[in-house]
Design a protein around this ligand. Structure first.
Ligand SMILES: *Cc1c(COP(=O)(O)O)cnc(C)c1O
Length: 398
C-alpha cells in the first residue's frame, strides 16, 4: 500500500534538508545590491564562515556549486603545465582531478579504491619521489561522498611535512563542513573548498574557497588568473560589487545568515557530536541487519567513516529496489549508489546511500532506519533482527 503522502524526507547526500527558518529568510522581494542592509549583512557573514571552517585567513564566495569551487580553487594556484597530486578515495577525487586536467594541469592520481580512505604513507612516498618539486598541490577530499570514506587530514599534513615538500594542501570539505570535525588552520590546510547545500543547510548555489597566506602568495606569483575565479578582488573588494564579480546571490545570503546563526546557537562541537551520534546509530542498525543478510557498510573501519553520509552495499538489484520502495511507498528518498559500478552491476544497483548532513535530528534518523527495515521486509530482503533496538541504544546513550 502506498503510504507516501505526508511530508516527504529527502535523505540524499546533498542537497540536504533545509530548515524552515532558512527558507523563510529567503522568501522576500529583491533587495538593493548597492547599499544598505544586504551589503552590511554580507560583510557580517565572513567571520562566521571562517569560524565554521576554523580559519583566521580569507574566504571568497562564488555563485557556484561544488564543481565550480574545484575550478575556482585551482584557477588561483596552478597554471597550465603545472602538476598536482590527487589521492582519490572515491569518485569525487577523480572529479577534482578531471577539473585540473580541463585547466591544462597534469595530474598524478593515487587510487585508494572504493572502500578505503587516503593512506598518507603512500602520499608521502609519491611526494618524496618528486625531488624537483614539480607537484604544486595535493588535492584531497575530506569525505568522499561516493564511498563515504573520511580521510585523516592531520596525518596527510604530517606526510607533506615529513618529506619537506612545499606543495599546497588543498581539501574538499563539501560533504563534511558543518558535519565532521574540521579545523583548517590547526590542521595546516592551505586551501579548503565548501558549498552551501550540504552541512550548511542552504540551497545549492553558493561555493566557498578558504585560503591562507601561503596560497595567497602562490596566487600572486601567477602571471595570469581567470578574472571571474580570481579570489583577490572577492576578498579585498573596493566595492561590494567585486565580492561576487557582479550581482550578489541575494537570497542565498539571507538563507546563509540564518543557517550560520543556527550553527552558532547550537555550538560547533555540538553540531559535530550530533552528527557523530546519529551516524553511530545508523552503523549500529546496519551491523545488526547485516548479521542475517547482505547489507553492509561500505567502509569497514568506523574511524574512517563519514558522519554525514553513509554508503551501503546490499547486492543488485536490492539497492535500487529498496530505494524505490522507500520513495514510492513511504515518502523517504535515499541516495543512489555512486561510482560503484562493476561489470555485473553496471548501474550500481547493489548500492545506495544515506545523507545525514545538516538539519537532521534523532527522530528523522529513527524514522529513516525504521523505514529502511520496513522496505527490506516488503522487498523480502533477508536481514538480521534488532537493528532498530541497536540504533535506539546508541541514540539513548544506553
Ligand atoms: C557534493 C560534492 C561535490 C560536488 O558538489 P556539486 O555542488 O554537486 O557540484 C564535490 N565534492 C564533494 C565531496 C561533494 O560531496
Amino acid at each position: 500500500m502506498d503510504l507516501s503522502q505526508g511530508r516527504p524526507y529527502l535523505a540524499i547526500p546533498g542537497p540536504s534538508v533545509m530548515p524552515e527558518a532558512v527558507l523563510r529568510a529567503m522568501h522576500r522581494s529583491a533587495p538593493n545590491i548597492y547599499e544598505g542592509e544586504l551589503v552590511e549583512m554580507t560583510y557580517g557573514l565572513l567571520p562566521d564562515l571562517k569560524w565554521v571552517a576554523g580559519t583566521a585567513h580569507d574566504v571568497a564566495i562564488y555563485i557556484a556549486n561544488g564543481h565550480a569551487t574545484w575550478e575556482a580553487s585551482l584557477a588561483n594556484v596552478v597554471a597550465p603545465g603545472d602538476k598536482v597530486l590527487v589521492p582519490a578515495s572515491g569518485r569525487f577525487g577523480y572529479g577534482w582531478s578531471d577539473t585540473a586536467l580541463g585547466l591544462g594541469v597534469q595530474t598524478e592520481v593515487i587510487d585508494f579504491g572504493r572502500q578505503s580512505p587516503i593512506d598518507p604513507a603512500r602520499v608521502a612516498e609519491a611526494l618524496a619521489a618528486d625531488r624537483d618539486h614539480a607537484i604544486k598541490a595535493v588535492l584531497a577530499v575530506h569525505v568522499d561522498t561516493s564511498t563515504s570514506a573520511r580521510s585523516d587530514i592531520v596525518a596527510l599534513r604530517r606526510a607533506l611535512d615529513d618529506v619537506g615538500h612545499p606543495a599546497l594542501l588543498m581539501v574538499d570539505c563539501i560533504a563534511s563542513l558543518g558535519c565532521d570535525r574540521f579545523e583548517m588552520d590547526a590542521w595546516g590546510v592551505d586551501v579548503m573548498i565548501a558549498a552551501s547545500q550540504k552541512g550548511l543547510m542552504v540551497p545549492p548555489g553558493l561555493g566557498f574557497v578558504f585560503f591562507n597566506e601561503r596560497a595567497a602568495a602562490v596566487r600572486d606569483r601567477l602571471t595570469r588568473v581567470s578574472r571571474y575565479w580570481d579570489w583577490k578582488p572577492r576578498t579585498n573588494p573596493e566595492y561590494y560589487y567585486q565580492l561576487f564579480c557582479g550581482t550578489a546571490p541575494t537570497h542565498h545570503l539571507y538563507g546563509l545568515r540564518v543557517a550560520l546563526d543556527m550553527i552558532r546557537d547550537e555550538g560547533l562541537s555540538h553540531v559535530w557530536a550530533r552528527h557523530e551520534r546519529l551516524a553511530r546509530a545508523i552503523w549500529a542498525a546496519v551491523d545488526a541487519w547485516g548479521q542475517g543478510g547482505p547489507l553492509r557498510l561500505n567502509i569497514a573501519d568506523p574511524a574512517h567513516r563519514s558522519h554525514a553520509v553513509t554508503s551501503l552495499s546490499i547486492g543488485a538489484p536490492h539497492g535500487t529496489a529498496l530505494r524505490r520502495w522507500c520513495q514510492d511507498d513511504a515518502g523517504l528518498t535515499l541516495g543512489i549508489g555512486l561510482g560503484m559500478e562493476t561489470e555485473s552491476d553496471p548501474g550500481s544497483d547493489g548500492f545506495f546511500r544515506f545523507g545525514h548532513m545538516g538539519h537532521v535530528n534523532a527522530q528523522m534518523i529513527l524514522g529513516l532506519l525504521a523505514t529502511v527495515q520496513t522496505g527490506m521486509v516488503a522487498q523480502g530482503i533477508p536481514h538480521g533482527p534488532g537493528g532498530i533496538e541497536a540504533a535506539a541504544k546508541v541514540i539513548a546513550g544506553a
